[in-house]
Write a protein that binds this ligand. Structure first.
Ligand code: PLP
Length: 414
């Protein structure tokens, strides 16, 4: 029995059956590559679902973790640690001082819980009737805990767990009319991902985001952006909202912030942050000295290694290459996204393609059945894109007939 089979067998016996894993496991990584138990090398376009923005085993991250682990890993939030305030300050600075206060959690879904709680509190303290309605988007994904799941606009994640959080209304992404009809004086928050990640790499239009901003202002509701997947550099901006020109009141982040050490956060404007007082929210692990020190190092590395510039440059190249596939291959439909959050929409199921790519030594990920999702490390170079595209060309099969452009195919099938 191979080592992988032994590992898989043990999991099958003892783990809750929640994951549908690909038939591969990894022992170690270096930069944009991972190595399986037999030592086979894989090019990583997944980056731990957007977490490993610095790739694997970045020497500065390894050194920071070593040093801090030897000093203190965890303290609890009963006491001060030297890094939590520093990381909060740095994040506020990087937001362009659009935010004043930060709360640290351990994961994305917990960041969402905190943001929802804050919006509800602010709604209760606004004077007059307590505002409780939450407006979210169909097709969105915000996490697995009850609050975040209640805002997730996909039946498959919610089914069987009802009753969920009350008073949530869903509107279609980019439907300004539906948004205007849903938001009212009882709305305490409009919650959205500027770019749907798990939902299939779909962007909110700037018009829609501006309408969200206007309505939130009109009804004194919090505009909450979930940037857990698209934030912290993945669009080529430190915060995705900086590329859309609409500033939310609360923004949630997680995934890459501590380079793989679990950490999440939400940033809030003072107006909403002032609704909360000691004892109303908290966490045992969140914001520990190890995670926060690594978070500071992550932000320093992104800046000093000019990684946002790389995301823009190589992301542009990736987009162009994916677009060429759409022009040439019959099984493809659309290339979408920006920076290092991109998708290739297929006319065929994406998972088999992901499995075939494993044999070729490339890791892709699929979402929404037919979308190949690309969330590579920020260190990815054009030569790595070329390798990924070579593999895709091999796997995509039949080419389009010359006269049949992608646009005419899309028009004919819509
Ligand atoms: C946009 C978005 N929000 C929330 C989450 C939940 O984050 P976590 O899995 O860290 O709880 C995710 C995770 O994929 C996400 O992509």
């Amino acid at each position: 029995m191979s080592r992988l089979d032994q590992i898989a067998d043990l999991e099958k016996r003892f783990l809750l059956p929640t994951y549908n894993r690909y038939p591969v496991g990894f022992e170690r990584g270096k930069g944009v590559f991972l190595y399986d138990f037999e030592g086979k090398k894989y090019l990583d376009f997944v980056a731990g679902l957007g977490v490993n923005a610095l790739g694997h085993a970045h020497p500065r991250i390894v050194k920071t973790i070593r040093e801090q682990a030897a000093r203190v890993i965890h303290l609890s939030n009963l006491y001060y640690n030297e890094y939590q305030g520093q990381l909060a300050e740095r994040l506020c600075q990087l937001s362009g001082l659009d935010f004043d206060r930060v709360f640290f959690s351990n994961s994305g879904t917990e960041a969402m819980e905190g943001a929802i709680k804050l919006a509800r509190l602010a709604g209760h303290k606004a004077g007059g009737e307590a505002k409780s309605q939450l407006v979210a988007l169909q097709g969105s994904y915000h996490g697995r805990t009850f609050g975040a799941m209640s805002l997730t606009g996909q039946e498959k994640y919610r089914k069987g767990f009802e009753p969920l959080l009350e008073n949530v209304s869903f509107v279609a992404q980019n439907d300004v009319g539906a948004l205007q009809a849903a938001v009212n004086a009882n709305t305490c928050a409009i919650v959205l991902e500027p770019i749907f990640g798990e939902g299939g790499i779909l962007e909110c239009s700037e018009d829609f985001l501006r309408a969200c901003r206007t309505l939130a202002d009109q009804y004194q509701a919090a505009l909450v952006f979930d940037e857990i997947q698209c934030g912290l550099g993945r669009t080529g901006h430190m915060f995705a909202f900086q590329g859309f020109g609409v500033v939310p009141d609360i923004v949630t982040i997680a995934k890459p912030i501590a380079a793989g050490v679990p950490l999440g956060a939400f940033l809030s404007k003072e107006h909403f942050a002032s609704a909360i007082s000691p004892g109303q929210h908290g966490t045992t692990f969140g914001g520990g000295p190890l995670a926060c020190r690594v978070g500071l190092e992550y932000l320093a590395i992104v800046e000093e290694e000019h990684l946002l510039e790389n995301v823009l440059k190589v992301g542009g190249y990736l987009h162009q290459q994916l677009q060429e596939l759409v022009d040439k291959y019959a099984a493809t439909r659309e290339a979408r996204g920006r920076g290092f959050i991109q998708g290739l929409v297929l006319d065929i199921p994406a998972r088999p393609l992901v499995e075939q790519a494993l044999a070729e030594g490339v890791l892709f990920n699929s979402t929404q059945d037919t979308v190949l999702r690309f969330l590579p490390p920020f260190l990815l170079e054009e030569k790595h894109v070329d390798k990924g595209i070579r593999v895709l060309k091999k796997l995509l099969g039949k080419k389009r007939k010359k006269a049949q452009s992608a646009a005419s195919v899309a028009a004919a099938s819509s």
